[in-house]
Design a protein. Structure first.
Length: 291
């Protein structure tokens, strides 16, 4: 998700009909029988694909709210978490385009959150000395893998698929996450923000991942939790793009379903996206395609 390497809800992604994608049958959202027989490797997004970053962010934002907005009612706390994930002003996207630093985007978002919920505006020094360590320590201590990660990796590895990761964050940070998730040895990092100074959806980052695997784009599948900058962008770069759309991702603070609309659904690359609800579903599709 773009908010500090985690995916937001796709509130701005709209299909031409305005229909809720979650209400459509899977066959209406992705090719009925995609030809995956050429796939030799799978490249993973990290945040909210492998690592449950959303849960870790929720813990960190709760501590920030307690410190800077004490007494905020629980519904507002939940709303603050949702806004942080959604990153409505797209500061993290600015970072992935190389327009600002990681800390600059987070500093801007911290003050926007305080302004929205009545907290004080903080200075750059206050951000570095107080806000950042408070949030960061909680966030890092709560990294864990989604339950479907290990079964997916084991199935793919047992059938000879090569694995890797591509992420819009730094190599150091994502290596630590993969280590915490218990799969750093299974999923080597191929491309990060350190590679070019920019990230997805630029097609060059996907093509660099395939180059490092010594494979053609059509021999590589990419899976991520964002429809546009992960799956659709991978398709535009010539890879097979999987969108992992876990149902739990679309629950709001009351546990109710959020609307999910997909941008660019009339675009050919969008039509090529394969939607799955779990990583094991994706792995099973790939294994079946080689039988």
């Amino acid at each position: 998700m773009p908010s500090d390497t985690e995916a937001p809800t796709n509130s701005s992604d709209r299909s031409p009909s305005g229909s809720n994608l979650s209400d459509l049958p899977l066959s209406d959202r992705s090719p009925a029988a995609p030809d995956l027989s050429t796939v030799k490797a799978v490249v993973f997004d990290v945040d909210d694909t492998i690592c449950d970053s959303a849960g870790a962010f929720a813990t960190g934002i709760r501590l920030v709210v307690d410190r800077y907005m004490p007494g905020l009612p629980e519904p507002q706390v939940q709303r603050a978490i949702e806004i942080w994930r959604a990153d409505p002003h797209k500061h993290y996207r600015r970072y992935t385009r190389g327009e600002c630093t990681f800390d600059e985007q987070r500093f801007a978002r911290a003050n926007e959150l305080n302004e929205e919920f009545g907290g004080p505006q903080i200075t750059w020094d206050e951000y570095l000395d107080e806000w950042k360590p408070l949030f960061w320590n909680a966030f890092c201590s709560h990294w864990k893998a989604h339950p479907d990660v290990r079964p997916c990796l084991d199935l793919l590895e047992s059938h000879g698929f090569r694995l890797g990761a591509l992420s819009n964050a730094s190599a150091e940070l994502q290596t630590r996450k993969l280590t915490a998730c218990g799969c750093v040895d299974d999923v080597p990092l191929l491309v990060t923000m350190d590679t070019f100074g920019f990230g997805k959806p630029d097609p060059r980052v996907f093509q660099e991942a395939t180059r490092r695997l010594e494979l053609l784009p059509g021999e590589v599948a990419y899976v991520g939790d964002e429809f546009d900058i992960d799956a659709q962008a991978a398709c535009k770069a010539g890879l097979h793009g999987f969108w992992i759309d876990r149902p739990s991702r679309h629950l709001d603070s009351r546990g109710e379903q959020l609307p999910v609309d997909v941008s660019g659904s009339t675009d050919e690359s969008a039509q090529q996206v394969i939607r799955v609800e779990s990583l094991t579903q994706m792995a099973q599709m790939l294994v079946e395609s080689h039988r």
